[in-house]
Design a protein around this ligand. Structure first.
Ligand SMILES: Cc1cc2nc3c(=O)[nH]c(=O)nc-3n(C[C@H](O)[C@H](O)[C@H](O)COP(=O)(O)OP(=O)(O)OC[C@H]3O[C@@H](n4cnc5c(N)ncnc54)[C@H](O)[C@@H]3O)c2cc1C
Length: 384
């Protein structure tokens, strides 16, 4: 593993900071459709300036730099109070797996459009009867000549109603051990036979969907990796989701806390209740810091998914839910501060973030299941 010289990262950081200050980040509306449009344009702006896919290959439209550069840019983006681009499922979750397991053609045809936001991607993994026990998924794909014919149902598929492409897990061999009969298809969402039905979340948004697939024809060339060998790629995708999001959320939470506090103090609100909330938040954040110190090294070493990704995710769940609940608890006092806009957001946005944080211990694999992975694979406890 090569280490990037500090001077190089410092110069890169200065360039990112200067660019972000000059471009001026967009305001993020609360309304979902308006937010989607603004963040998609923002993704294009970031892409055109060469800030996306920093650690991806040139062939994939990336910059062939390192995970350390990626982390530096994320830190600067968040510290500039700029939003994330809309296509995070592509950028953080599915894209790294296509870059690693895809054919040259798949990388060249799909990834630059994913980076620029021209194509939005969704992740069609969960099914009504297959969430935590993902390997029991039943969506079937049968090969007919040069096409698979896919039939089944997915659920909780974020952004499926807006997506141009889907990373879809299907069963191609029902006769073998369940993990051994799964394949990973890259599916054009405009294919005939696909219906999406948005589901309303407790935040009020309709961000995820049910997806129905009825005799959908998918070219054989859209198979990622080899037939019936999709489970290893699935683990890679879930590992990227757990670690990538953890690094980004760490900085986002740090800045959120800093802003909320600064604004409370500038409004003269600094009582015992605030101090206790800050104390609890800091403890959760310092644990997250300690845990993620090794995450960038692991990503840089490209060791693939490990059970430590599950520890990252658990520690992030804890910090995210603690910090956002503490800030939500301080919303009353914050409302008394004229013009308070922590992280550039209105207080109703904080309520939204707080509600959304409840999902952190479910998406990407529930907390209970992550604990089982840690118990069995890291601590060597007997299997339940
Ligand atoms: C906001 C959000 C966005 C999402 N986006 C996507 C997406 O884009 N694509 C996608 O494919 N999925 C997505 N999901 C789905 C997510 O991955 C699943 O919800 C998750 O894997 C849990 O599966 P489930 O909902 O079927 O719950 P279940 O598996 O039915 O679990 C229900 C409860 O039982 C517990 N449980 C289950 N099995 C065990 C066990 N063996 N031991 C101990 N406890 C257990 C779980 O922890 C949970 O508390 C999203 C979910 C959320 C909340």
């Amino acid at each position: 593993m090569s280490t990037v010289p500090t001077e190089e990262l410092d110069a890169f950081r200065a360039r990112a900071r200067e660019w972000l200050a000059a471009v001026g980040p967009p305001e993020v509306p609360l309304d979902l459709d308006a937010r989607f449009a603004v963040l998609r344009r923002w993704q294009r702006t970031l892409f055109d300036a060469g800030w996306l896919g920093l650690s991806w290959s040139k062939e994939a439209g990336g910059q062939a730099l390192t995970h350390a550069h990626q982390l530096v840019f994320v830190e600067e983006l968040v510290r500039a109070r700029a939003p994330q681009p809309i296509g995070l499922i592509g950028l953080e979750v599915v894209g790294p797996s296509i870059d690693r397991y895809g054919t040259d053609e798949q990388r060249r045809d799909l990834l630059p459009r994913m980076l620029s936001g021209a194509d939005i991607w969704c992740q069609g993994f969960s099914e009504p009867e297959a969430g935590s026990d993902l390997a029991s998924l039943r969506t079937r794909a049968v090969l007919h000549g040069d096409h698979y014919v896919v039939t089944g149902q997915k659920i909780w598929t974020s952004w499926a109603h807006e997506a141009q492409w889907c990373a879809l897990l299907v069963r191609t061999d029902p006769s073998v051990r369940k993990q051994a009969g799964i394949s990973y298809l890259l599916v054009d969402m405009s294919s005939p036979g696909i219906t999406t039905r948005p589901i309303r979340q407790m935040t009020g948004d309709r961000e995820f969907c049910e997806v129905f697939l009825d005799d959908v024809r998918v070219p054989r060339s859209n198979l990622l990796g080899r037939e019936n060998e999709g489970w290893a790629i699935t683990s890679h995708t879930l590992g990227s989701e757990r670690s990538g999001a953890t690094l980004r959320r760490r900085v986002e939470l740090e800045v959120a806390l800093e802003d909320a506090l600064g604004q409370l103090r500038s409004g003269g609100i600094d009582d015992d209740r605030v101090r206790a909330a800050v104390g609890r938040s800091h403890i959760a954040m310092r644990v997250l810091d300690a845990q993620t110190r090794r995450t960038t090294d692991r990503l840089a070493a490209d060791t693939g998914p490990t059970p430590v990704d599950s520890v990252d995710k658990l520690v992030l769940n804890e910090a995210e839910q603690t910090v956002l609940a503490e800030i939500a608890g301080l919303l009353g006092p914050l409302r008394a501060v004229p013009g308070a806009r922590p992280l550039g957001l209105r207080s109703d946005r904080w309520a939204h973030e707080h509600l959304y944080s409840r999902a952190a211990s479910i998406y990407g694999g529930s907390a209970q299941v992550q604990r089982t992975i840690v118990a069995e694979r890291l601590l060597g406890l007997p299997r339940g």
